[in-house]
Write a new protein. Structure first.
Length: 253
């Protein structure tokens, strides 16, 4: 399975030549070339979601906006129609009331959510859970609480208990930061992106660039390889983050 996490970057006029409309041809070519099976997008505004769905008809996409009216940015999970089946999907908010749309921790600068999609690989019948999130960009405590909530959710949820899990997204923290310590101590987690190097580059202008995008496995999954999509044409990038792509296999047995 070719799996990608991709912070798409919201559509902002101040990005100039890197506005979403100018990045679209590069995104089309990259996904067309790489043909990933599953992509976790972050920072997907409603019009960007519509563009993804119309531009990639071979994929299904699930997710809703993080706002109280299910508007604003989505954590979109997109998967190949020929090969994968959606068994269950839900969105929950990183807060004390996870199923109240638009809710947040007091330490969070804005609502944050997680898209939980349970998929089946049709060829093998294997079932796995995908958790796609974007942790708070300002509040360290909000990141700590949000990540802990996501891991508890995966452990305690009653539907499809114990299936392999892929947790992905923009965590807004470096691997050795305090809020990421839970990834090292929580049972059974493997951060396959730990040595990937920086992923946020700010269209080549970030000083310093940061390693904040993750793919984390749990259960009967292994990672064969991991890389970044680093293409750029005349100063135009896929995003202000490098998408990260992992080749993931189900373990035998």
């Amino acid at each position: 399975m070719k799996f990608v996490t991709f912070n798409l970057r919201v559509d902002r006029p101040q990005d100039g030549d890197n506005r979403f409309v100018f990045r679209q041809p590069l995104i089309l070519r990259a996904i067309g070339r790489e043909k990933p099976d599953v992509i976790c997008f972050q920072e997907v505004e409603p019009h960007m979601s519509a563009w993804l769905k119309s531009s990639f008809p071979d994929y299904d996409a699930v997710g809703c906006g993080r706002g109280a009216k299910l508007d604003s940015e989505q954590m979109t999970v997109m998967f190949r129609k020929s090969g994968y089946q959606l068994l269950e999907m839900r969105t929950f908010w990183l807060s004390e009331t996870p199923f109240v749309p638009g809710s947040r921790y007091p330490e969070s600068s804005c609502p944050r959510c997680c898209t939980d999609a349970v998929l089946m690989e049709e060829a093998s019948g294997r079932v796995f859970r995908v958790l796609n999130t974007h942790l708070d960009h300002r509040g360290k405590a909000a990141r700590e609480k949000g990540l802990a909530l996501i891991l508890r959710h995966a452990e305690e949820i009653e539907s499809f208990p114990g299936v392999p899990m892929i947790l992905a997204g923009d965590f807004n923290a470096e691997p050795d930061s305090e809020e990421m310590e839970i990834l090292k101590t929580y049972p059974g987690l493997t951060d396959v992106t730990r040595s990937i190097g920086f992923t946020y580059h700010g269209y080549g202008r970030a000083d310093p660039p940061e390693q904040i995008d993750y793919i984390v496995l749990k259960g009967a999954l292994s990672c064969e390889s991991v890389c970044k999509w680093t293409e750029e044409e005349n100063g135009v990038y896929l995003s202000d983050h490098y998408p990260v792509c992992a080749e993931i296999s189900f373990c035998q047995g």
